[in-house]
Design a binder for this molecule. Structure first.
Ligand SMILES: *Cc1c(COP(=O)(O)O)cnc(C)c1O
Length: 363
């Protein structure tokens, strides 16, 4: 029997490693009887994550939001003050800034890259009402950020840069001193359920960040040398991470193929994907960017065709009640752009006929 519901094309159906792939790792936990506190599976997952990005120090964290929070706490120039950040981002970015004791100063984004640029940030410096302690640069849905340009910004302005590259874990290389925070949430390309990581080329930063994940203990003594908390992942979570890394090449190939299948169907249409999506990097939150006058008709067609869609980042941080009072500059690009960025179905249950049905809704 087919119900109405079966006919809906879902927007996202995460798939994490299955029980059989986890079994050998779970057996190792049974044998070691080490369940958390930087055990052997944590160590191996840390090492393999560093290799994934071409060599980097790695600090595992409980999730992507806490990765950003810890990086900002360590790097901000002052323990309070403003943190420059784009208004167009997932709302977690703003929560992390506030949890780090800073005040989000919401800036506009560049229409092409969907991101904050050094130029926009630099222009905002003279308009800030308080001292600026840091800038949080957000990767647009998994596109790798311009590490060199932002390292130059930091050198010119002395404002510490932290990257929220939450969805970009599988697209990173050339990590420098500016911490690169990623999420390993189930909905990201490398998903482990809940988890996060901070990549950095600075061994001292990474050692301190790691200490902050475990009550500020550095070395073997149970002496707290800096303030942090419990931001660890357990050995069970690391087991999922190791199994996810084992399956990653296959998964990335599937994601590239699916993105290419969409790109093929969008050829000749005004609706477009983000630059580099599917060729230079992949994302689970594949967006189509539609022309302003096509927003309402596109949504109507998707709804009528029973194609689920989502605005993954919503309308901008300034539109959320919790952050309505955050200081900000004018946000004309964010306001115009946010409604046009529409998340499409992206998972391993989509047939060519499903993709045709989605593409048919896009002009
Ligand atoms: C997913 C995401 C986060 C939050 O990561 P969690 O692991 O869910 O805490 C933060 N910022 C951006 C841009 C994200 O996409």
């Amino acid at each position: 029997m087919t119900s109405e519901a079966d006919n809906i094309i879902r927007v996202l159906r995460p798939r994490l490693p299955q029980a059989a792939a986890l079994a050998p790792y779970l057996q190792r936990i049974d044998d070691s009887r080490i369940y958390s506190n930087y055990g052997p599976l944590n160590a191996e997952f840390t090492r393999r994550l560093g290799e994934l990005v071409g060599g980097s120090h790695v600090t595992l964290t409980s999730n992507g939001t806490t990765a950003i929070e810890l990086a900002l706490r360590l790097r901000a120039k002052h323990s309070a003050g403003l943190c420059l950040m784009p208004a167009f981002t997932f709302i977690a970015s703003a929560h992390a800034v506030c949890n780090a004791g800073l005040t989000p100063f919401l800036l506009d984004v560049d229409e092409q890259s969907l991101t904050l640029t050094p130029k926009i940030a630099e222009a905002a410096l003279s308009l800030a009402s308080e001292k600026v302690s840091a800038v949080l640069v957000v990767s647009a849905f998994g596109a790798p950020p311009d590490i060199t340009a932002w390292a130059d910004f930091e050198r010119r302005t002395s404002i510490p840069v932290v990257f929220d590259a939450a969805a970009a874990c599988t697209a990173l290389s050339g990590i420098r001193e500016q911490p690169m925070c990623v999420s390993l949430h189930a909905t990201k390309a490398l998903g482990i359920g809940e988890g996060g990581a901070i990549f950095s080329a600075d061994p001292d930063f990474s050692a301190r960040a790691k200490a902050m994940t475990g009550f500020g203990f550095e070395g073997v003594e149970r002496v707290s040398t800096l303030r942090g908390g419990n931001y660890r992942i357990s050995e069970y979570t690391a087991a999922v991470g190791l199994a996810a890394l084992d399956g990653l090449p296959t998964r990335l190939a599937q994601m590239r193929d699916l993105t290419a299948a969409y790109a093929h169907r969008l050829a000749g249409k005004a609706a477009r994907l983000q630059r580099g999506a599917g060729t230079e990097w992949v994302t689970m939150t594949l967006n189509v960017i539609v022309e302003p006058e096509e927003v309402a008709p596109t949504i109507q067609r998707l709804d009528e065709a029973k194609v689920e869609w989502r605005r993954w980042w919503g309308p901008g941080c300034h539109k959320h009640p919790a952050f309505a009072d955050a200081p900000r500059l004018d946000l004309p690009v964010t306001d115009a752009l946010a409604p046009r960025v529409i998340g499409l179905p992206f998972h391993d249950g989509l047939s060519p006929a499903h993709l045709d049905r989605v593409a048919h809704c896009l002009k």
